[in-house]
Write a protein that binds this ligand. Structure first.
Ligand SMILES: [Zn+2]
Ligand SMILES: [Zn+2]
Length: 265
């Protein structure tokens, strides 16, 4: 376990979850989408684009679950340490009722890469170096500040979000219903996504009574499920945990992410 003081552990766990989810996403999706930068005509020849020839060879270490867990733990700890002191311990009520904190952080969301240094002025430069060394970031596409901005945004948003009232289904879940990890924050996934509830009933895919069926998932698995299939496909083919687990791609993911163990666990 990290050597953070007891009163920082709660916020650290939130932060680490967002950070590791972002890392996992980067690693499990080797091809960045190059289309967005179509405006820039600078890189006409392929020689100036390291991404295209890089393949996955330099990421090899992070495909190992133990190495990835160590890496995520290290990046999360170093980054968390650089946060303003108040953010390390503040809870929902303190955060939302403190006008200074609100003006300084909550009212500036979403953060962009340019604001990362103002939130993390003392961030150890080795963090940026490490992210770059493992091809998580790169000068030409997304630097460390840009990588960290949405993570900080998600963390600050979580600090300002009222803790959810426990739902009837929560006590049933003693861990992520896909990967089984039981110490990461869970969120509920509507097995029949809300977006298609109307359609699902009208076309008799499901009974109205089943629309609120949820699975409790960790952040990484939740994002995976939504990358795996669209709303309609989830509603029609994958409306139970068992149906999801019936797919080999899901089982492979679950096996991989389930091996991620943070230090001290
Ligand atoms: Zn999971
Ligand atoms: Zn979901």
């Amino acid at each position: 376990m990290t050597s953070l003081p007891e009163n920082q552990q709660r916020n650290y766990a939130i932060f680490r979850d967002y950070l590791s989810t972002a890392l996992i996403e980067k690693i499990s999706r080797p091809e960045p989408k190059p289309k967005r930068r179509s405006k820039s005509k600078k890189a006409t020849s392929s020689s100036s684009s390291p991404k295209s020839t890089q393949d996955t060879s330099s990421d090899a270490d992070l495909n190992n679950a133990d190495d990835l867990a160590d890496f995520a733990d290290y990046i999360a700890t170093e980054t968390f340490r650089a946060l303003p002191e108040q953010l390390k311990t503040v809870d929902y009520h303190e955060y939302t009722q403190d006008a200074t904190l609100q003006a300084r952080f909550a009212q500036r969301l979403p953060l962009t890469g340019a604001s990362t240094p103002t939130i993390l002025p003392t961030l150890d430069p080795t963090v940026a170096d490490s992210l770059s060394a493992y091809s998580i970031t790169s000068e030409s596409t997304q630097g460390a500040d840009e990588f960290l901005a949405p993570i900080l945004t998600a963390f600050l948003t979580a600090l300002g979000t009222a803790p959810r009232a426990p739902r009837a289904t929560l006590p049933d879940a003693d861990g992520c219903e896909l990967c089984g990890r039981d110490w990461v924050p869970l969120s509920y996934h509507h097995l029949i996504p809300r977006f298609v509830h109307g359609k699902a009933v009208k076309r008799k895919w499901h009974r109205a009574a089943d629309l609120e069926n949820v699975a409790w998932l960790c952040g990484a698995c939740h994002r995976f499920v939504h990358r795996f299939a669209g709303h309609e496909e989830l509603a029609r083919r994958y409306y139970t945990v068992e149906l999801l687990m019936g797919e080999e791609a899901v089982r492979r993911w679950v096996e991989w992410v389930g091996r991620l163990r943070w230090k001290g666990r």
